[in-house]
Design a protein around this ligand. Structure first.
Ligand code: PHE
Length: 337
């Protein structure tokens, strides 16, 4: 019996392996609670004659220690080998983490918001699902007026009074209804028009609206505010030009061009050789609009403007197809930071 155990000890001491599951097999063969060699030998202990018990016990403990020792040694050798395989060098710089980028429309929106914040404009928001009053009627669009057709509205089928807002001007109305002048806000948001999707148009796009109402607000204030914006956003050398236009909610109304961001006004294919690029619509708030929201049009005047963010982002980043903003292809998005 003792000889057998000595045999096991030398087997255990000589055993070697560099594979986890083999080492585990070795451990189980000796130590398993059910049928392990060491376990069984301990069970036999009580059958050993009293005078042999001491020697038997000692040698059995030797076997147990030899096995446990071997398992530990082999396992820790494994760990070092593993670490060695990976060439672990803690002094090397870590792998860089790929950070995402902001969407170009967000970049442009944030920059515009920041510029107008510096002029004291606060941010307001209106709902994307709107009623006729806030999107049209309160903005001086008479019922049946052709100006409504220009906006290619998506209506909710079951209720023609409910629609997807066609512009962020609904935000103007909601702020005027709930606040007394002075009012100085910008309204960024998503708008919807039933237009065919092309390189220059989409049925969903983004606008930023501006509204300033106080005593003695003049057209000169509007022009100066827009000039400041254009220079801050497109560069100090930028010029603006205002052309007469029409919106039901402003009188007089104008469309604003900036000098071409590419050729500086000399004429190129971006500005179609005019030297100018249209960026927004604006005007003095029509007194009817003020009155619709219970603002005294004898006391207060104001200006408003609205610009499309996709258009501005296209100019800023030299992007030729508006659809790219909606496809969310990371190869495109990550180029613009
Ligand atoms: N709401 C107009 C549009 O969507 C833009 C605009 C806003 C014009 C405010 C004048 C004043 O085209």
């Amino acid at each position: 019996m003792i000889e057998n155990i000595k045999q096991y000890i030398s087997e255990a001491e000589n055993y070697t392996s560099d594979k986890v599951d083999e080492i585990e097999e070795f451990r189980i063969k000796y130590m398993s609670k059910k049928g392990g060699i060491v376990t069984n030998l301990f069970k036999d202990f009580r059958n050993i004659p009293a005078e042999d018990k001491k020697e038997y016990g000692q040698i059995l403990n030797q076997l147990k220690n030899a096995v446990e020792n071997k398992v530990n040694v082999l396992k820790s050798a494994l760990k070092t080998v593993d670490a060695g395989k990976k060439d672990l060098d803690l002094t090397l710089p870590g792998d860089s983490v790929n950070l995402g980028t902001r969407h170009p429309i967000s970049i442009v929106r944030n920059e515009i918001i920041e510029i107008f914040n510096r002029l004291g404009f606060a941010i307001a928001e209106g709902p994307e699902i709107e009623d006729d009053w806030h999107n049209f009627s309160a903005l001086n669009f008479p019922k049946e007026h052709p100006a409504r057709d220009m906006q290619d509205t998506f209506f909710v089928e079951t209720n023609p009074d409910i629609l997807l807002r066609t512009h962020t001007s609904n935000g103007q109305v909601r702020v005027m209804e709930n606040n007394d002048p002075p009012i100085r806000i910008i309204v960024p948001g998503r708008v919807f028009r039933n237009e065919a999707i092309s390189a220059r148009a989409h049925c969903i796009f983004h606008q930023i609206e501006g509204l300033y109402i106080d005593e003695n607000v003049s057209f000169a204030d509007l022009k100066q505010t827009l000039l400041y914006f254009a220079k801050e956003f497109f560069g100090e050398e930028t010029k603006i030009r205002l052309r007469p236009s029409y919106f039901p909610f402003t009188e007089p109304s104008a469309e604003v061009d900036i000098s071409c961001t590419l050729c500086g006004g000399k004429g190129c294919n971006v500005c179609k050789y005019t030297g100018w690029l249209e960026i927004l619509g604006c005007g003095m708030v029509d007194p009817n609009v003020l009155e619709s929201s219970n603002i005294d049009s004898e006391k207060y005047t104001g200006f408003a403007f609205g610009m499309g963010l996709e258009r501005i982002a296209m100019l800023k980043f030299g992007i030729k197809d508006l659809r790219l903003f909606f496809e969310n292809d990371v190869r495109f998005l990550s180029q613009i930071q």
